[in-house]
Design a binder for this molecule. Structure first.
Ligand SMILES: *[C@@H]1O[C@H](CO)[C@@H](O)[C@H](O)[C@H]1NC(C)=O
Ligand SMILES: *[C@@H]1O[C@H](CO)[C@@H](O)[C@H](O)[C@H]1NC(C)=O
Ligand SMILES: *[C@@H]1O[C@H](CO)[C@@H](O)[C@H](O)[C@H]1NC(C)=O
Ligand SMILES: *[C@@H]1O[C@H](CO)[C@@H](O)[C@H](O)[C@H]1NC(C)=O
Ligand SMILES: *[C@@H]1O[C@H](CO)[C@@H](O)[C@H](O)[C@H]1NC(C)=O
Length: 553
């Protein structure tokens, strides 16, 4: 019952109390269905599949059919949950889920997806709703796990939904339903996504600059037409073959240890974290076997294996010196078992070629060459690539964009984000637009893809970014003990959008045990690019106050 709403306390984000409005909807399938039926202005037909109330402390039990995101969020605030199915073409439809909390902070939040996944990300909606946001996620128009691209075969409409259409359509309709439910518009709208979720955020910024006031794009998979072919390419480097170039997976952690030994001190502080891998002067020859390699278990590399290592740490440049994609950074080795592995290739690469580019299931990574990159550039299925670098419409509408990328990311090369940032800088410089006023980029030294840090580094990585809280527990949100705009990127974005306070740095956290978050192990500032964090030279380097942001030049 909503009669008590006017008595709601001021919420965690400090917004005025709700006022009861006669236009409010009940939390029932019927009420939402009637509302949809009464609105004839909408283009795409939409059906409310169900709506019901979850009591305070309750769990949303994710339906078994959602194979991409099976984690059920627990310990939820009291809310109304609904699912809506929208027909996007004669051959396609998408659904979205919406959490409408009773104690609403008067803000809207959309969360993103990952890989090729089709599914509603209920766990990340659970994170958003605990702050008080009305939270939405779309299945992007199909049902699959993140490494399955087969649904895309000969299905351009589904690919368009995945590319951008499902997100935008879901955002517009979810906002309208939230508006009808509360009888009041959300004051501000936000977006938070990582990986494919980062790409979706940038697509929104580029195509629908009015959708959000603030966007978080973590480790964005923005350059789909090059990232996916690069994923095939890197899978070919470590193939078993007569030339003896293959590095067994069992040596990856030894290589990681050698790289940390070389690169960690070069950043000015020996602390197991590689803070500036791009500046690291590598001496890979130090990894060579001295004399003939007698046993397969020896911790050293043959000259042919060293070539493989050079390939992994080199940009992908093809015919006529065309730059295709940046390389994985030294320090990313802890995640190599996924893409580098034993040369067996990852579906995120070859299934894109088979099913999105339409070459069919017979196509094999052995057939890969530069023509695949050219085909991907030409087709860019679903217009998925976020390559419109003119972000001035978003900037003009007052939008704020926070982007970050882990430096130990072994799935999406870290510097594809820097490349994006630099392209935007180049595009906007002639108009005199200062990126700092609306777009900031943060490297996260020692963070893997979207979340986590290798045991060997134990770097501060947690900023309550997309997917991070839900990767640790089913009931978490924000930064336990540090729920403020310095430590929590979503609160930082809210402050920037609503109070004009731009984050010069964010403080990342790691605990002795990240799963329990009982005792902080390290905190450290992440500086807005191109600044970097430097240890001041005295005091405990595991405390953020003993670091400062400085320019390298
Ligand atoms: C959405 O509706 C379409 C058209 O009725 C149907 O084919 C599809 O299975 C529905 N999707 C879900 C996830 O319920
Ligand atoms: C490479 O450059 C040559 C000479 O300009 C040109 O003929 C050829 O088409 C280029 N190849 C590709 C793949 O772009
Ligand atoms: C290589 O990786 C694939 C996929 O993980 C696996 O099926 C295969 O057994 C592996 N081969 C070797 C030699 O480790
Ligand atoms: C992709 O963008 C191009 C150029 O704006 C447009 O002509 C085309 O219709 C778009 N395709 C899809 C699937 O949205
Ligand atoms: C962290 O805590 C969890 C939950 O208590 C436990 O299962 C795990 O083993 C701990 N990890 C380490 C490295 O101690």
């Amino acid at each position: 019952m909503k009669t008590a709403k006017s008595l709601l306390p001021i919420l965690s984000l400090g917004i005025a109390e709700l006022t009861v409005n006669a236009a409010q909807l009940q939390c029932t399938t019927d009420a939402f269905a009637k509302y949809l039926a009464s609105d004839s202005s909408r283009g795409e037909p939409a059906v409310v599949q169900w709506a019901y109330r979850i009591p305070k402390g309750g769990t949303f039990q994710v339906p078994d059919s959602d194979i991409a995101y099976p984690e059920s969020p627990t310990d939820l605030p009291e809310l109304c949950v609904l699912q809506v199915n929208v027909t996007s073409s004669t051959e396609s439809s998408y659904t979205f889920g919406l959490f409408l909390p009773s104690e609403w902070n008067e803000r809207f939040l959309a969360v993103g997806n990952g890989g090729f996944a089709g599914g509603i990300y209920w766990a990340d909606m659970g994170v958003g709703v605990r702050y008080g946001f009305a939270s939405m996620s779309t299945d992007t128009g199909h049902n699959s796990i993140s490494t399955d691209g087969s649904w895309a075969y000969n299905s351009p409409e589904k690919v368009t939904d995945w590319g951008y259409r499902a997100m935008h359509g879901s955002v517009v309709l979810a906002k309208e339903l939230a508006n009808a439910y509360y009888g009041k518009r959300a004051g501000y709208s936000y977006y938070s996504g990582c990986s494919t979720g980062g790409r979706q955020g940038l697509k929104e910024v580029e195509m629908y600059p009015e959708d959000f006031d603030g966007v978080i794009a973590g480790a964005p998979a923005w350059w789909t037409a090059h990232l996916q072919p690069w994923t095939v390419k890197i899978g070919t480097y470590n193939r078993p073959g007569a030339n003896g170039n293959q590095i067994p997976e069992s040596l990856f952690s030894w290589i990681e240890a050698q790289i940390i030994e070389q690169c960690d001190p070069q950043d000015g502080l020996k602390d197991t974290v590689i803070s500036s891998p791009q500046q690291c002067e590598l001496n890979l020859e130090a990894l060579l076997c001295q004399g003939p390699k007698t046993s397969g278990s020896a911790n050293c590399l043959d000259p042919a294996q060293l070539e493989t290592l050079y390939n992994i740490y080199s940009d992908y440049v093809d015919t006529n010196q065309t730059f295709v994609f940046p390389h994985l950074l030294p320090g990313s080795e802890s995640q190599w078992s996924v893409l580098v592995n034993n040369g067996s290739n990852n579906p995120l690469g070859y299934e894109y070629v088979q099913y999105y580019l339409g070459l069919g299931p017979q196509w094999s990574p052995d057939q890969f060459d530069y023509s695949i990159v050219q085909l991907a550039d030409k087709l860019d299925p679903g217009n998925a690539t976020a390559r419109n670098f003119d972000l001035s419409p978003f900037q003009n509408s007052g939008g704020k964009l926070l982007m970050y990328h882990g430096m130990a990311d072994g799935f999406i090369p870290t510097d594809s984000s820097r490349y994006f940032y630099n392209q935007v800088a180049k595009t906007l410089a002639p108009s005199g637009i200062d990126l700092d006023n609306f777009y900031r980029f943060f490297y996260i030294p020692g963070m893997q893809h979207c979340a986590g840090t290798p045991d060997s580094m134990h770097a501060p990585w947690y900023i309550a970014g997309p997917n991070q809280a839900s990767s640790l527990s089913s009931e978490l949100h924000s930064v336990p003990g540090f729920s403020d705009a310095q430590h929590d990127i979503l609160l930082a974005l809210v402050d920037w959008v609503e109070k004009g306070v731009a984050p010069d740095f964010l403080i990342a956290t790691t605990w002795k045990n990240d799963t329990t978050q009982a005792e902080v192990y390290r905190q450290r500032p992440l500086c807005a690019y191109p600044k970097m964090a430097f240890y001041k030279g005295q005091g405990d380097p595991d405390q953020a106050k003993n670091w400062e942001c400085r320019s390298l030049y």
